[in-house]
Write a protein that binds this ligand. Structure first.
Ligand code: TRP
Length: 326
């Protein structure tokens, strides 16, 4: 019995934060045990918005790789690689672009949002084609399952449509991949909104224990709880939401004491910080080791790309044959 295959990707837009860690990475770490796993740092995708920041992209790519490994992705169990190291993705992207109608792409909600949010008046060809490149990433490994957040569902649906169209025109080549949504507690940022790099409210995996403590001290709490004795409303408090992620055993007691006016925000934050730092210390230690050994990181990424390229090259041989291109 061969294991089903998963592939997922992450953009190197910056260092990863606790939302990425708890929302995606921890889940990937579990999945690598059960699946034949491929995890890709999609630097070409980031060029759709960061095309004028090559230095930044290069550094971000390394940092994300370090975050992957520190969180527990194991290069002996899965392939960890950089998209641009496996050129086959570009060839498949080009071929898929020939059978993808432009109106399918113009309908994609993330595309429309990007144009609005980033005030892009003259979108690039690459930005429009972003989901075609994502389809290539997935199909080139014949992935069965794609673990993603729900913001990615439209991209997955498009991948499936492109997959069916290819199979219909050229004969069965790719299995239809399925999205695997992860259930997890949403990690709130310092201001109570979703944790996000662009909101400037994130705690990063790379933050030290001191920086983490200081960020937690600055967090918003229940605005109606001014003194310790004021009854709090944990259901609206981002500090409490973080307790539910990092301090599961004590949430019942904390909830009670907060409501009863027996626990003040300062103490509550101290307890949270202690538990967070406990959970994050092993990750930070591995991070520091990898930062000190750039050669080791290069070797891991080279080996990951080789593993990925073997599969990708086989698929491309099949694709060229199906399309009568050899
Ligand atoms: N679009 C994804 C994101 O922004 C990143 C991505 C690129 C991806 N290729 C992928 C995710 C393939 C899953 C599978 O999060």
């Amino acid at each position: 019995m061969t294991k089903p295959r998963i592939l997922s990707g992450m953009q190197p837009t910056g260092q990863l934060h606790l939302g990425n860690l708890e929302g995606a990475l921890r889940n990937w770490v579990r999945l690598q045990e059960e699946y034949d796993s491929f995890f890709c740092i999609v630097d070409w995708h980031s060029l759709t918005t960061l095309y004028d920041k090559p230095e930044e992209m290069r550094e971000n790519t390394r940092q994300v790789a370090i975050d992957f490994l520190s969180a527990g992705l194991d290069p002996d169990r899965c392939a960890i690689f950089v998209q641009s190291h496996v050129k086959e993705h570009a060839e498949l992207h080009l071929l898929l672009s020939m059978i993808t109608p432009v109106p399918w792409l113009e309908r994609v909600p993330t595309y429309k949002e990007k144009l609005e949010n980033l005030h892009i008046e003259s979108p690039s060809y690459g930005l429009l084609g972003y989901p075609v490149l994502q389809a290539a990433d997935i199909l080139i490994y014949k992935a069965n399952v794609v673990p993603v957040g729900k913001d990615q569902l439209p991209h997955l649906e498009l991948t499936r449509e492109i997959c069916r169209r290819f199979n219909f025109i050229y004969g069965d080549t790719f299995p239809e991949p399925e999205a695997k949504l992860t259930e997890y507690a949403v990690v709130p940022g310092l201001d109570g909104r979703k944790m996000s790099k662009s909101y400037d409210n994130a705690i990063y995996i790379s933050d030290t224990a001191e920086v983490t403590a200081q960020k937690v001290r600055s967090m918003f709490t229940d605005p109606l709880k001014i003194y310790r004795k004021d009854p709090g409303h944990p259901e609206t408090c981002p500090v409490f939401a973080l307790h539910s992620v990092y301090n599961k055993d004590q949430t019942g007691e904390i909830e009670q004491d907060c409501r009863a006016g027996a626990l003040g925000c300062v103490d509550c934050k101290k307890r949270l910080t202690a538990r967070m730092n406990e959970a994050l210390t092993p990750i930070r230690d591995r991070r520091a080791q990898l930062e000190e050994n750039p050669g080791e990181l290069d070797e891991i990424l080279t080996a990951g790309a080789e593993k990925a390229r073997k599969v990708a090259a086989d698929t491309m041989a099949e694709v060229r044959a199906a399309m009568k291109l050899e």
